[in-house]
Write a protein that binds this ligand. Structure first.
Ligand SMILES: NC(=O)C1=CN([C@@H]2O[C@H](COP(=O)(O)OP(=O)(O)OC[C@H]3O[C@@H](n4cnc5c(N)ncnc54)[C@H](OP(=O)(O)O)[C@@H]3O)[C@@H](O)[C@H]2O)C=CC1
Ligand SMILES: O=C[C@H](O)[C@@H](O)[C@@H](O)[C@H](O)C(=O)O
Length: 310
């Protein structure tokens, strides 16, 4: 299953499974990338903001040198950080230099906003009152226009977005010359975000699901219906949470720096109609009761248009 792919609106194939690297520390990330590629992963997800692109790049280099994969066999994703949103070209160049690559396969707007490029920190500039230093008048549509200019250079094969609500996409699409190839969002049975998933499907925008276990501490693994489906199939809840995205047609990004878990996470299964119903009913119930769980919502102080947050 690690080798299954989906089609992007660019015509390129994107793997159904990718290694997440957020909060992965230096040498651990390098080794994790090598372990993942050995285990059959063909997509690695990183970001300028993670501060680990060099280590991801070192892992890729080692895998190339060892003959595990060739550059063209790996789908590398990185993201434009908010302090570079008005300077997408500079952001991409910096990421490429960090990664030691000539191109990435996908470059995403990490969050739809601009943080002060001349602020007091490269990644997290703050105002004297401690809030994030955000230039609120800069439109997310302009950020996309900046991204569109990158495609011709060949330094990214595709461009996309991350953390875009349906409302933001509806604002963006009438102005887009290039439809985003991807929207990378938090997605698991406790946060189905069905309105975004359905809208993206209709518009040909592929979903990449992040924090499939609910991020640090993997809280979604203990959800009752997830445990029930896992017991039925004799697998771990993590396998169910990853396999959930296969039938939804999305790419999923589990993060681990533990070699055994990296290998275990590469083994997805097909969930049957009964499993799907159980998980979908669970999600619908949470939505109805207003109990969905969004684990990742950084303190930007911006309304990104997600119904559970506005
Ligand atoms: N675009 C965006 O804004 C965002 C993108 N992402 C991307 O998505 C990726 C995944 O999301 P992330 O938030 O990291 O969290 P995940 O939901 O992938 O959960 C990661 C946690 O689960 C643990 N874990 C992994 N595999 C197993 C396993 N088989 N059994 C038990 N525990 C396990 C990890 O520990 P350990 O490492 O010790 O195994 C870690 O604590 C990120 O790394 C990043 O690439 C994530 C958040 C936001
Ligand atoms: O990709 C992962 C997340 O979006 C992460 O990049 C942010 O949560 C960031 O740490 C922040 O605090 O804004």
């Amino acid at each position: 299953m690690a080798t299954k792919t989906f089609k992007l609106n660019t015509g390129a194939d994107i793997p159904a499974l990718g290694l997440g690297t957020w909060q992965g520390e230096s040498t651990l990330v390098k080794d994790a990338v090598v372990a993942a590629l050995k285990a059959g992963y063909r997509l690695i997800d990183t970001a300028y903001c993670y501060g680990n692109e060099e280590h991801v790049g070192a892992g890729l280099k080692e895998a190339f040198d060892q003959g595990i994969v060739k550059r063209e066999d790996v789908f590398v994703v990185t993201k434009l950080w908010a302090t570079y949103a008005s300077r997408a070209e500079v952001g991409l160049e910096k990421s490429l230099r960090n990664l030691g690559l000539e191109y990435v396969d996908l470059f995403l707007v990490h969050w739809p906003l601009l943080m002060n490029p001349e602020g007091n920190d490269d990644r997290f500039p703050k105002l004297p009152n401690g809030e994030r230093d955000i230039l609120r008048d800069y439109s997310h549509i302009q950020i996309w226009k900046n991204m569109e200019k990158l495609v011709e250079s060949g330094k990214t094969k595709a461009i996309g977005v991350s953390n875009y609500s349906k409302r933001y996409l509806e604002e963006l699409l009438p102005h887009a010359t290039i439809v985003p190839a991807v929207n990378q969002i938090e997605n698991h049975p406790q946060l189905p975000q069905q309105e975004i998933v359905d809208f993206c499907k209709e518009k040909g925008i592929h979903i990449m699901a992040y924090s499939p276990f609910g991020s640090t501490g993997s809280p979604v693994t203990s959800a009752e219906p997830v445990v029930k489906v896992a017991e039925k199939h004799g697998v771990k809840p993590t396998t169910v949470l990853l396999s959930y995205h296969l039938y939804r047609g999305s790419t999923v990004l589990p993060k681990s720096t533990n070699p055994d878990r990296i290998e275990a996470n590469a083994k997805l299964i097909e969930l049957d109609a009964e499993d799907q119903k159980l998980l979908n009913d669970y999600s619908e119930q949470l939505v109805k009761e207003g109990k969905v769980q969004r684990y990742i919502y950084p303190p930007f102080g911006v309304d990104f248009g997600f119904p559970d947050k506005s």
